[in-house]
Ligand binder design. Structure first.
Ligand code: SAM
Length: 236
């Protein structure tokens, strides 16, 4: 873990305390163990978990610098990335983790209990349904997602959940620029405005990575998100 601690500091100016290291060790151990039984993530060795899950999740801090959000929703969180890794860094964060798959939500809940984390709700649901739930619609400062859908589809998952004045953050690979361009219409329809792409370079990872930031500048029209499954089939 020393390497992860050093790289987080050097790359993202993130200071990880001894207690947070203990939490990351538990998280990693449980992820490796659960992966034997359920297929939670394709990344299956400690070294890759540290770089491709923990460090990559930590890169989100580049988006908010000294001003971490008070509330954040992670859509399609899978085994908790990036949301749960960020919660370990920011214990005061009010966090919602969403995934439509039961075993993934179950694993996230297991980690929340094992680490004794407060203010985390784990929700097994489709993003499209949550976007019409009054407890979640336009309720979050930030909505984040990694590896869930193309940006035109993802915008319909994320932007309805973000407060006006908040931001949606998509962690993307080399297609980020092209996706941002082709999602222009969807972003505008949903009340968003593309702010910027922040490049991220991870050690020993070839691909360029980007944080795509979309500000919520207007309320999302009531008809969005469309019914579960439609955004992916008929992207805006
Ligand atoms: N974000 C995690 C990561 O980067 O490791 C998981 C990525 S995994 C490739 C995509 C996840 O998104 C899956 O767990 C899937 O169940 C979830 N997902 C896809 N579409 C969704 C939707 N419309 N609502 C909720 N979850 C969704």
């Amino acid at each position: 873990m020393e390497k992860l601690v050093r790289e987080a500091q050097e790359l993202f100016n993130v200071h990880i305390t001894g207690r947070q290291v203990m939490s990351l060790i538990t998280y990693e151990k449980e992820l490796l163990a659960w992966n034997q039984k359920f297929n939670l993530t394709a990344i299956r060795d400690s070294e890759s978990i540290r770089t491709k899950h923990f460090l990559d999740s930590f890169s989100c801090v580049l988006a908010w610098q000294a001003n971490p959000p008070a509330s954040l929703i992670d859509v399609g969180t899978g085994a908790g990335f990036p949301g749960l890794a960020l919660k370990i860094l920011y214990p005061n964060l009010k966090l919602a983790l969403v995934d439509s798959v039961g075993k993934k939500a179950m694993f996230c809940q297991h980690i929340v209990s094992a680490l004794g984390l407060n203010d985390v709700s784990v929700i097994q649901a489709r993003a499209e349904d949550l976007g019409h739930n009054k407890n979640h619609r336009e309720a979050y400062d930030w909505a984040v997602a990694r590896a869930v859908a193309n940006l035109n589809v993802l915008s319909e998952y994320l932007l309805p959940l973000v407060k006006v004045g908040g931001t949606a953050l998509a962690q993307k690979g080399e297609t980020a620029r092209a996706e941002a361009k082709s999602a222009g219409k969807a972003i505008k329809l949903l009340g968003g405005k593309l702010r910027e792409l922040i490049p991220v370079k991870l050690p020993d990872v070839e691909d360029d990575r980007y944080l795509v930031l979309v500000d919520k500048v207007a309320a999302t029209p009531e008809k969005y998100p469309r019914k579960a499954g439609i955004p992916a089939k008929q992207a805006l």
